[in-house]
Ligand binder design. Structure first.
Ligand SMILES: Nc1nc2c(ncn2[C@@H]2O[C@H](COP(=O)(O)OP(=O)(O)OP(=O)(O)O)[C@@H](O)[C@H]2O)c(=O)[nH]1
Ligand SMILES: [Mg+2]
Length: 312
């Protein structure tokens, strides 16, 4: 616990540091990328990865993949979740085998296409033994049309019922954020934001921290932001930038929970405390979970990954 003296609880959150340290047990992680967008995101994650795609798509070199035929996807799309669970389809058995029993599953997918919208929720449903399933999904651009939107909505609803944590990233803000960029470059901007927190979490997550994450961030829609800071006021700058993320909703919606992971070039407890104090002064939540990790590539910069929970 980082102490915050003279704090009025109704105004400033309690700052709670997640249990961490080299002596604490770490969970086994599996990264799963579903569909085109999901595979693209999973490819950029560290650790053991599995991709699930349509036949004809390529996986991540050197990593496991499950390919589904068009007909198998059609069955997944047209069957109810209950029917899929009781049926004993060979391709479902292939998925169950490939997933195994990881402690933590970091699931990535784009909603709106057939593979991601139908299979990502199924993957979460097929992993009832994971202690933590954390899904990060993007939503299609509005211009992609109502069919994709409704497919995405259905997929997301089912995913919310099956995964412990669900972070949502609409593609639309990319148009505002990077109006002159070609789509592939705009997706790179998005990747940075979508991947920052899962990468940081996979570096610092301990088994003991998992119930705290589920308790604070579960049953909510999660939205993320990242910020970088350098120089004398790097902590304040990083916190400010993270809070301006275009993926946070307008101010009429207030978050009710928050997780901040502070990454620094070298361990610096003072820097972590500064970030926590700075963030606590700006967020109207009851509790602010914080954690930290070292990332030598940052050198003298500090990075803040922030995840806010909303009950819309
Ligand atoms: N942010 C981001 N979004 C993407 C990317 N690729 C696709 N998308 C979005 O994700 C949605 C789903 O696209 P895909 O992942 O290609 O679809 P899929 O799951 O492979 O589904 P099918 O190809 O129809 O079987 C699209 O509507 C796009 O808006 C990406 O690289 N980054
Ligand atoms: Mg595809």
């Amino acid at each position: 616990m980082i102490s915050e003296e003279g704090v009025t609880r109704s105004v400033r959150p309690d700052i709670v540091e997640l249990p961490s340290g080299p002596s604490l047990p770490r969970p086994g992680l599996l990264v799963v990328g579903v569909g085109g967008a999901g595979r693209h995101m999973a490819a950029q994650m560290p650790g053991e990865r599995l991709t699930i795609c349509q036949e004809g798509d390529t996986g991540i070199p050197g990593q496991r993949q499950v390919l589904l035929r068009k007909g198998e996807l059609a069955v997944a799309r047209t069957s109810s979740a209950t029917a899929l669970h009781v049926s004993d389809l060979p391709w479902k058995a292939r998925l169950v085998d490939a997933i195994g029993r990881p402690d933590v599953m970091l699931l990535f997918s784009g909603m709106g296409g057939e593979t991601g919208s139908c299979i990502a929720p199924l993957i979460a449903e097929l992993a009832p033994f994971t202690t933590l399933t954390f899904a990060s999904v993007c939503l299609p651009f509005s211009v992609e049309g109502p069919n994709r939107r409704s497919m995405a909505r259905e997929g997301l609803t089912r995913l919310r019922g099956a995964a412990h944590l669900v972070a949502v990233y609409a593609n639309d803000p990319l148009i505002r954020l990077a109006p002159n960029l070609p789509l592939a470059k705009a997706f790179k901007v998005m990747d940075q934001i979508m991947l920052a927190l899962p990468i940081d979490l996979s570096e610092c997550l301990t088994t003991e921290a998992i119930p705290m994450l589920k308790g604070e961030l579960g049953r909510r829609e999660l939205r993320a932001g990242i910020g970088y800071g350098m120089g004398l006021e790097k902590e304040r700058l990083a916190v400010e930038e993270a809070l301006t993320s275009p993926w946070f909703p307008s101010e009429e919606f207030q978050p009710d929970s928050a997780l901040m992971i502070v990454s620094q070039g070298r361990p610096d407890i003072g820097g972590l405390e500064d970030c926590a104090r700075e963030m606590a002064g700006r967020l109207p939540v009851r509790k602010l979970l914080v954690s930290s990790r070292t990332d030598p590539s940052l050198d003298r910069r500090v990075r803040v990954s922030l995840m806010l929970g909303y009950r819309f």
